[in-house]
Design a protein around this ligand. Structure first.
Ligand SMILES: *[C@@H]1O[C@H](CO)[C@@H](O)[C@H](O)[C@H]1NC(C)=O
Ligand SMILES: *[C@@H]1O[C@H](CO)[C@@H](O)[C@H](O)[C@H]1NC(C)=O
Ligand SMILES: [Zn+2]
Length: 430
């Protein structure tokens, strides 16, 4: 080997490590499953989830009654977690003592699978797309569907990424139709959510003949990525990041939970946190995040015509209705339940998939400052639902590329059924 090629090799190695430098490999991160045996142990775990922000309780903010509660911890936290679990006699087992191989394998699967895609065309089933790729795709749609697709920038993220909104119509020129608004990716790591939003777009545009009923009297407005900075960060740096990327008052902690930052009953301690270290940090004041402001502006802009607001999250198979902040129910709760019921029944018939539905407060846990409470409480949206898509992969947020098709096609069955029910119940006023 000549010294020339040796230098070349060295340079290559150096360049590769620079590219990988920002990327967190999760080396020796462990996942434990905890099995609370009674209500008091569940209480204790809930308390721990709040007091130990460095232990990432993946399941704690889901239903504690599921098979167990998963916790992701860095190598430096393992000992203190184990000490406490043993001290309190909480049943637990280790599910993985190093998730780095899995994270790398998923990254490789995505890269390999996407390498044959010719942007700006995308194949939803073939990979998870970055915010920049999704924007490129959105921008290509008005050329392909000049009468039916309109793209607008509705605002900018903290790191100045354009937040784009797509309006899909049937092109008949009527501009006063009622509206269905769907957003996705308020939480950065929930990667199936933007994939599903893209699939919905393709169903409405590319698969128009089959779905034209859905556009006859309604327009659809879709924002695939709300938390653009956080989502980009999960691609480049840290796969399991949840919050935004705007610094907080605490120099040690970056990011706010967008879905606790909305200005209706904002700031309750039951359902959000004032501590920037926590995953449910609500911000310094309501709407101090540019991304939640954008969703607010969309909700208010369409308020008069907005019959159905659907916010896509993962995971857990839930349709969560308002309210999150109180155990009482909104005035049209039972109408919303009928819509959720239509979605759940359609899915169970199609795939046997089971969705639970009801008020977020009762079904999951209290939340304050979430977007559906704001939609129902301030923007007067008729039906507001948070959809928790199915869990995938090892941690729930990380389905494999090969699972995308099954998840999004099943979810579309549910969303189409809910949309049909909304359209049937609330026809346009002529
Ligand atoms: C959780 O499980 C316990 C024990 O199986 C049961 O008593 C309790 O009612 C369940 N809670 C919910 C909210 O389902
Ligand atoms: C929502 O309804 C209330 C009560 O009718 C009304 O005062 C308020 O202005 C409405 N909000 C919007 C955004 O239209
Ligand atoms: Zn979420």
């Amino acid at each position: 080997m000549t010294s020339y090629t040796l230098w070349g090799l060295l340079l290559l190695v150096l360049l590769q490590s620079v590219c990988l430098l920002a990327w967190q490999n999760y080396k020796d991160y462990r996942v434990f499953e905890l099995q609370p045996r009674d209500e008091s142990e569940q209480q204790l775990l809930r308390q721990l989830a709040r007091e130990k922000p460095h232990w990432d309780f993946l399941g704690s903010r889901r239903s504690l009654n599921e098979t167990g509660l998963r916790v992701l911890v860095s190598p430096t936290q393992v000992e203190s977690l184990l000490t406490l679990l043993n001290e309190k006699h909480i049943q637990h087992q280790i599910l993985s003592d190093d998730i780095s191989e899995l994270v790398l394998a998923q990254r490789e699967e995505n890269r390999r699978s996407k390498s044959r895609i010719q942007m700006p065309m995308i194949d939803v089933f073939a990979g998870f797309y970055t915010h920049a790729e999704i924007n490129e795709y959105l921008d290509s749609l008005p050329q392909r569907y000049p009468q039916r697709a309109l793209v607008k920038i509705f605002g900018w993220s903290y790191e100045r990424r354009p937040l784009k909104l797509l309006t899909v119509s049937n092109g008949d020129g009527r501009s006063d139709k009622p509206v269905i608004f769907i957003d996705a990716t308020m939480h950065a790591r929930e990667w199936i959510a933007p994939s599903f939003a893209l699939y919905i777009i393709q169903q409405l545009l590319d698969n128009y003949e089959e779905n034209k009923q859905l556009l006859e009297n309604y327009d659809w407005v879709i924002m695939p990525v709300v938390n653009a900075d956080g989502y980009e960060y999960t691609h480049t740096d840290s796969r399991f990041w949840r919050k935004t990327r705007k610094p907080t008052k605490d120099p040690e902690n970056i990011g706010t939970d967008l879905n606790r930052n909305f200005g209706y009953k904002w700031g309750q301690n039951d359902g959000s946190s004032a501590d920037p270290a926590e995953e449910i940090y609500r911000g310094e004041y309501a709407f101090d995040q540019p991304e939640s402001q954008v969703v607010r502006d969309v909700l208010l802009h369409y308020s008069d015509r907005l019959r159905f607001y659907l916010s896509l999250h993962s995971y857990g198979n839930y349709f969560l209705l308002p309210w999150g902040h109180t155990s009482s129910l909104p005035p049209n709760y039972y109408e919303m339940m009928e819509v959720a019921d239509a979605g759940a029944m359609a899915i169970v018939h199609a795939t046997n998939g089971i969705y639970s539905y009801g008020s977020g407060y009762h079904l999951m846990y209290p939340t304050s400052g979430d977007s559906t409470d704001y939609a129902a409480g301030v923007a007067n949206v008729t039906v507001a639902i948070t959809m928790e898509l199915p869990a995938g992969g090892f941690l729930g947020f990380d389905p494999w590329v090969s699972h995308i098709e099954g998840f999004v096609t099943e979810s579309w069955v549910g969303v189409r059924a809910m949309a049909k029910e909304v359209i049937r119940r609330y026809p346009p006023q002529l």
